[in-house]
Design a protein around this ligand. Sequence first.
Ligand SMILES: C[S@@+](CC[C@H](N)C(=O)[O-])C[C@H]1O[C@@H](n2cnc3c(N)ncnc32)[C@H](O)[C@@H]1O
Length: 371
Amino acid sequence: MECRHFGRCGSCRWYEEGYEGQLTKKAEEIKALFAPLYTGAFDIARSAPEGYRARAEFKVWHVGDTMHFAMNSIDREGVVLLEECPMVTAPIQALMWPLLDALNAAPGMGRKLFGMDFLAGRDGDIAVSMLYHRKLDDTWKAQAAELATKFGISIIGRSRKQKEVIGRDHVIESVDVAERTYRFKQIENSFTQPNPGVNAQMIGWALQQFEGLGGDLLELYCGAGNFTIPFASRFDRVLATEISKSSIHAAKTNMELNDVHNIDFVRMSAEEFVQALDGVREFNRMKGIDLPSYRLDTIFVDPPRAGMDEASCDFAARHEHILYISCNPETLKRDLEYLTRTHRIEAMAMFDQFPYTHHMEMGVKLKKAAQ
Ligand SMILES: C[S@@+](CC[C@H](N)C(=O)[O-])C[C@H]1O[C@@H](n2cnc3c(N)ncnc32)[C@H](O)[C@@H]1O
């Protein structure tokens, strides 16, 4: 794939390598980073080289009367106007340019429009968030409804203290894992894994790491149940916590959508959950959860880029088995330095969730070391 942005988009140095070249280069960097902690083999999950992103955020840039999709240039000096976007999935590619043409033709609809976010399910279900610096009035709602019908999409208009939903505020995504198709409600403006092909491989890899383990599972940072629901088939029960109210709400819906019944989802930060387990604080949100009846030898964590705080690492280290998925190798390394005081690394994986960038998603399986 060629990049036409002459170095300004930041992906060019990776594009020059080609898909396999950029992956090899990143994999070498990652191996060197973790060499002080782990010298075993890494499982590597490849991405599709194009059409891999099911969620994408664009700036909307106004040049005269015409709007363009744009992104920040790598040096943060100005923007790069886009003429193509091969990284987004086929349903987004098919939609984004005709939708931009329609917006350019709709009188006044682009006024103070500064961003557009696309979220797509595999089967073409799409929600488009349109971000404005102005109040959205009835004229906007009528125009947005017309576009939503024309393109068969949902449109969510966002402005300061205003959210207008034309259609639905979510899409339904299907994920094939271990010979089963799972369905997920994915909410606009909430966390979702951006690369569906790599996501399915991550879930599959994680399921393999659980082979031979029994009992119950504890999960921190569960989002809308992306991992939780496929994992539930491997454990007697799952206790899963997450800070975001809308994600927990979606997780409960997803449990029903997939006819899974052995999960307790609780809205709670990782830090609060540790306090609840240690009896430091009581939480109404834990009412009805019979904690002592859980047999929690295994913990699964998938924290945000900042990784885990020390108290959460300490807490994770109480468990015999730890499975850690991370979107930031730097904070993962920091946390592993801590966790390997008590645990040894049994397996590691790289998931190329963000091709042509320096980012890499990682997986680590740890087991308590014999004392
Ligand atoms: C990398 S995402 C993973 C979500 C989920 N595992 C998935 O695959 O979709 C991290 C999640 O942690 C949640 N989160 C962020 N800070 C948190 C905290 N302090 N305690 C609990 N959850 C948190 C975010 O809302 C987000 O859903």
